[in-house]
Design a protein around this ligand. Sequence first.
Ligand code: NI
Length: 132
Amino acid sequence: MTPTPIAPSTARTYPSVNIAHKLSLLHEHWSQRVVAEMNDYQFKIAKLQGDFVWHSHADTDECFFVVAGELRIDLRDGAVTLRAGEMFVVPKGVEHKPFAQNEAHVLLVEPRGVINTGGEESERTRANDVWI
Ligand code: NI
């Protein structure tokens, strides 16, 4: 079957979520912003630079997808280095500490309500569920 070359004129135009554009609106490091939801999961963007704090999430895995730059995620028994286009899922309950020598842009996928510093409040804790 031949694909329709153009949408019918009556069709509604649905907005896409442009990750690069969303990132251009965010100017604070380590402050995540929600860009979309799927069921009870959220997609969040963040700009990371320097060292974060050790933490874990008792109730959920946490997915990091690197959009630009390079991110190292330290684990207590090793580390994973992610470059643009690469992702890693930190298992539930596993301590981790993100680190970026230079600014890295990431997309996080995790359930709604996850606090960025896990169970520990710190100066790095940021408001949750903030959309951009
Ligand atoms: Ni985390």
